[in-house]
Design a protein around this ligand. Structure first.
Ligand SMILES: [Zn+2]
Length: 105
């Protein structure tokens, strides 16, 4: 992972904002078809602080971080929904048991 340019070694999370030119759609309406938005490198996202498009290599990483976070969220939502009734049951059970094993502090 050697890069010859830039401080790209450290992967910091960059705050992204939807591109104002295409409103986050990554494309703008052309006459006959949608055109890639060049304000945001056709990503739909710009750097929140500056409003500039990120360089492509940085953009890929930032989008990946964002996607991973989103996937985690989806996964959590799925999991919590899947064990919804069971979770409520366990909650009631714990309360009913009066904390026999769980003493808090
Ligand atoms: Zn755009």
């Amino acid at each position: 992972m050697k890069k010859s340019h830039g401080p790209a070694f450290r992967k910091e999370r960059v705050e992204l904002a939807p591109c104002s030119a295409c409103r986050g759609k990554a494309v703008v309406k052309g006459v006959f078809f949608d055109l890639a938005c060049d304000n945001c490198s056709a990503s739909g996202w710009v750097e929140a602080l500056t409003g500039n498009a990120l360089p492509a290599d940085e953009l890929v990483t930032q989008l990946s971080l964002r996607l991973q976070a989103a996937e985690r969220q989806i996964q959590e939502m799925r999991t919590s929904r899947a064990m919804g009734p069971e979770g409520i049951y366990q909650e009631g059970n714990r309360r009913g048991a009066g904390g026999t094993t769980y003493t808090g502090d």
